[in-house]
Design a protein around this ligand. Structure first.
Ligand code: SAH
Ligand code: SF4
Ligand code: F3S
Length: 438
């Protein structure tokens, strides 16, 4: 049997896609293997920032050297970089045999046939319909406890800085019945936590003649599978998060009390240029609704430092919205201009790298103190924790997460991975809670 090694970069949606690719290729006689044993290497790539692409290019040149020692090795580039750079990748790297865009994974077996005849093969057509709806993914790098389910693909928001609408194409939702059956299947296999994925899950919408299922309804249906199954989701766009969804989360114990709501900037001028379609005030209104209906909810965000023409005053507005919301967690990035985006065409990347770094560092330092503050509030409280595995530092300790998605470390005793345990928190750092079973 031939062997394929799949390496994944980028977002959770890419991880979910690698699991679909795994299923497609397994059907066609390949076993998933380690890098050492592989006859075929797939690199599922990300284009979101320049450094994400650089990392993949470096890796591809390592694979090029490997191919010199193993001439029968075939190499495929999948995902967003394949879509963005297309055949250019063949020119850049002589060892690449396949280029497969995110909507072309069903074509892989056919493409491999061409490759076996010594040809190079590329398919980067984007689709309006493809959702890989009925394909049952094989789980890669799994802890057997938590899994992802893609519920939609693509994005049409066209935030001015963002490459995703170009690499992933039109927004489309997957048939809710296949989502439900995949979730049930996972639960029956012993999985206890499912994350529903999309670039903007709030615009999930399945429409049939006499039936409409929106995201709030979908998440309720998934939550109904079992009270022992936890549900998370990512990502919500602030402009679309609905009161119906907030109330649904509040009403059900097994929908996790966490919302990832990327703010990007605290300045209205910058938000406008970013084409985010909400103001600072509208964003804060959504936050107060969340806090009102779900007092225990943790809130995380994404922030971009040094977008085009961002002034010191704009930056201060970002710091102030961070404090005002009191984020529990944040992903923080320097602005990276992406070719062909609206920002690349209209707005100069005119904040110097030094200035971006300085602002980003201030944002990171502030977030560390906010995370610590948030964790300190948990000390003394008891949380239900889903056990995910062993602590990296000690085999005597386990780690799991609270509903709020905070990592908790505690003594193993006779506890088992995949079960729920009540833990009293007695200490914390800015990144982790420490506690004991009660
Ligand atoms: N769909 C999600 C985000 C997907 S990309 C949403 O809209 O929230 C994840 C994050 O990467 C974005 O939220 C943004 O903070 C960051 N990002 C996207 N494009 C970027 C760019 N060109 N430079 C820096 N960060 C970027
Ligand atoms: Fe990119 Fe905006 Fe779409 Fe998120 S919503 S993927 S940031 S265009
Ligand atoms: Fe990256 Fe594509 Fe995801 S650009 S963040 S892998 S959708």
């Amino acid at each position: 049997m031939k062997k394929v090694y799949i390496e994944t970069y980028g977002c959770q949606m890419n991880q979910a896609d690698s699991e679909i690719v795994g299923a497609i290729i397994k059907e066609n006689g390949y076993d998933i293997s380690s890098l050492e044993e592989a006859d075929l290497i797939f690199v599922n790539t990300c284009s979101i920032r320049e450094n994400a692409e650089q990392r993949v290019k470096k890796r591809l040149s390592e694979f090029e050297s490997l191919k010199k020692k193993k001439p029968h090795l075939k190499i495929g580039v999948l995902g967003c970089m394949a879509e963005r750079l297309k055949e250019e990748l063949f020119k850049e790297n002589r060892s690449v045999d396949l280029i497969v865009g995110p909507d072309s994974y069903r074509k892989i077996p056919q493409m491999l046939e061409e490759v076996s005849l010594g040809k190079r093969s590329a398919n980067v057509l984007l689709s309006k319909e493809e959702t890989y709806s009925e394909i049952i993914p094989i789980r890669l790098d799994t802890n057997g406890v938590s899994a992802f389910i893609s519920i939609m693909r693509g994005c049409e928001n066209f935030c001015s800085y963002c490459v995703v609408p170009f690499t992933r194409g039109k927004e489309r939702s997957r048939d809710y019945r296949t989502i439900l059956s995949e979730a049930k299947d996972l639960f029956e296999q012993g999985y206890k936590e499912i994350t529903l994925l999309g670039q903007n899950v709030n615009s999930y919408m399945w429409i049939e003649e006499d039936k409409v299922v929106n995201f709030a309804q979908l998440i309720a249906l998934v939550a109904d599978i079992s009270p022992l199954l936890r549900i998370r989701f990512s990502t919500s766009h602030p402009k679309d998060i609905s009161l119906e969804l907030i109330k649904t989360i509040a009403q059900r114990d097994n929908i996790c009390k966490m919302i990832h709501l990327p703010v990007q900037s605290g300045s209205n001028v910058v938000l406008e240029r970013m084409n985010r379609k909400y103001t600072r005030e509208e964003y804060l209104e959504k936050i107060s609704l969340i806090k009102k209906y779900i007092p225990s909810c943790s809130i995380s965000t994404d922030i971009i430092a040094g977008f085009s023409s961002e002034t010191e005053e704009d930056h201060k507005q970002t710091l102030s919205i961070m404090k005002e919301v009191g984020y529990d967690y944040a992903f923080m990035f320097n602005y990276s201009e992406r070719e062909n985006t609206i920002a690349a065409k209209k707005y100069k990347d005119n904040v110097s790298p030094e200035e971006k770094n300085r602002r980003l560092n201030e944002i990171i330092l502030l977030q560390q103190s906010l995370s610590l503050e948030s964790n300190k509030k948990d000390v003394g409280k008891v949380f239900e924790v889903l056990i995910e595995g062993f602590s990296k530092r000690s085999k005597e300790k386990l780690f799991g997460r609270t509903s709020q998605n905070k990592v908790v470390i505690f003594d193993k005793k006779d506890l088992k991975v995949g079960s729920y345990v009540n833990v009293r928190i007695n200490d914390c750092s800015s990144a982790t809670l420490f506690g004991e079973e009660v």
